[in-house]
Design a protein around this ligand. Structure first.
Ligand SMILES: NC(=O)C1=CN([C@@H]2O[C@H](COP(=O)(O)OP(=O)(O)OC[C@H]3O[C@@H](n4cnc5c(N)ncnc54)[C@H](OP(=O)(O)O)[C@@H]3O)[C@@H](O)[C@H]2O)C=CC1
Ligand SMILES: CC(=O)N[C@@H](CCC(=O)OP(=O)(O)O)C(=O)O
Length: 345
């Protein structure tokens, strides 16, 4: 299969290139750019020297449709709203890593993203690509709205409890921490070294655009769930997300039962690992891999459940999940290109 990447010079693009190199069904990767036409990818990423030697091409849907069968859009908000309709109509599969097509309501998109939404016709075609829970829809899809990094960690961590209705729906608090690569490659005053090193910041309190994305999926699973509290933090590390999720159980539950629920829910999933009693995951334990590791516990004193869910934001939170979705859409082995052992230490 030949695939294209729009936004190859960004972090999501670089991760796609790393994983597609070892993908057994990918013959060619074509790279597209909005600003660096003719530049060799090595000029942007010297670590790819001799691995990828391609020059970046301009984005032109008329030539693109003859060059590739699927396209990853690893681009900022607004880009897929502009391009995905035309590319899908030309017969290519599209996997959009941005948030443009994740929210079903254009009004919600406008309210949270502070910009115009994509056309409703294209939003309606997009399947939310949370692979473990939407596999059947993804199999038939031509257009995927790949989940955000925080929602991926949060939703995988909450799915069994919410689907079974075991927690008080108004009690969910998601305390999320991310490394700085989540903010992309362009430096900013918030993420540059002097600001972030030896620092720990909360940001976009009660305003983060992943709040409606999380609520939308939780509500699909259980309509009792309406609003959640979600607060993101920046940690002085490059990769990794930890979502620590607190909620009140509807009734007393044994910790053993909780763990069995998670183990049963994810027993067939190659990329979700449930920790044994007393073990809680750390971000380094999934570093560079497509795993989501989850730990769960119940505090009899407070009646609250705590879930700890970790991913690598650029892999399971973006490019890894995007390739997992490509695999499902094309009937490939779901693990193709993704059998990456976490890098440790
Ligand atoms: N980083 C992460 O952990 C995650 C990122 N995402 C999402 O994935 C997308 C990509 O993220 P990331 O790779 O980190 O971002 P980066 O900022 O690192 O890269 C984005 C790339 O998009 C391209 N681009 C910029 N403007 C345009 C435009 N107008 N038209 C077409 N291409 C454009 C640029 O390449 P060029 O100039 O060559 O065109 C740039 O290299 C974003 O929507 C992000 O929110 C989702 C989950 C996690
Ligand atoms: C650390 C950091 O800045 N993270 C990004 C989330 C990355 C992501 O998933 O963004 P999209 O929803 O646009 O795809 C943020 O908080 O905006």
């Amino acid at each position: 299969m030949r695939v294209g990447i729009i936004g190859a010079t960004g972090y999501g693009g670089a991760e796609l290139l790393r994983m597609l190199k070892n993908h057994p069904h990918i013959e060619e990767v074509v790279l597209y750019t909005s600003s660096k036409e003719g530049m060799n990818i090595n000029e942007s990423y010297p670590h790819l020297t001799a691995i990828y030697e391609q020059d970046l091409k301009p984005i032109d849907p008329d030539t693109l449709k003859n060059e590739v069968e699927a396209v990853f859009l690893a681009t900022p908000p607004g880009v897929s709203a502009e391009w995905s309709q035309t590319i899908v109509e030309s017969g290519c599969q599209v996997i959009d890593l941005s948030g443009d097509l994740r929210l079903r309501s254009p009004e919600q998109y406008k309210a949270w993203y502070k910009r115009e939404a994509a056309a409703k016709s294209i939003i309606d075609q997009a399947v939310y690509g949370l692979t473990e829970w939407r596999r059947e829809e993804i199999r038939a899809a031509k257009l995927i709205a790949n989940p955000g990094c925080y929602p991926t960690a949060t939703l995988l961590g909450l799915a069994p409890l919410i689907q079974e209705g075991l927690v008080r729906p108004d009690s969910i608090i998601i305390d999320a921490k991310s490394g700085t690569s989540g903010a992309g490659r362009t430096p900013s005053a918030i993420t540059h070294f002097s600001e972030m090193n030896e620092n720990f910041k909360i940001y976009q309190i009660n305003q983060h655009k992943h709040i409606p994305e999380i609520e939308q999926q939780l509500n699909d699973w259980n309509e009792e769930v309406a609003a959640v509290t979600f607060q993101p933090h920046l940690v002085p590390m490059v990769r990794g997300i930890m979502a620590t999720i607190y909620m009140t159980a509807k009734k007393e539950i044994r910790e053993q039962e909780l763990r069995e629920l998670y183990q049963t829910s994810y027993e067939k999933e190659p990329f979700v690992r449930i920790r044994k009693q007393g073990s809680y995951p750390a971000t380094k334990e999934v570093y560079g891999s497509n795993y989501c590791d989850i730990g769960v516990t119940y505090d009899e004193r407070t009646g609250r459940i705590t879930v700890v869910s970790v991913i690598d934001n650029v892999v399971k939170g973006a490019s890894g999940q995007a390739i997992q979705n490509l695999n499902v859409m094309n009937g490939f082995d779901e693990e193709a290109g993704l059998t990456l052992v976490p890098m440790y230490p």
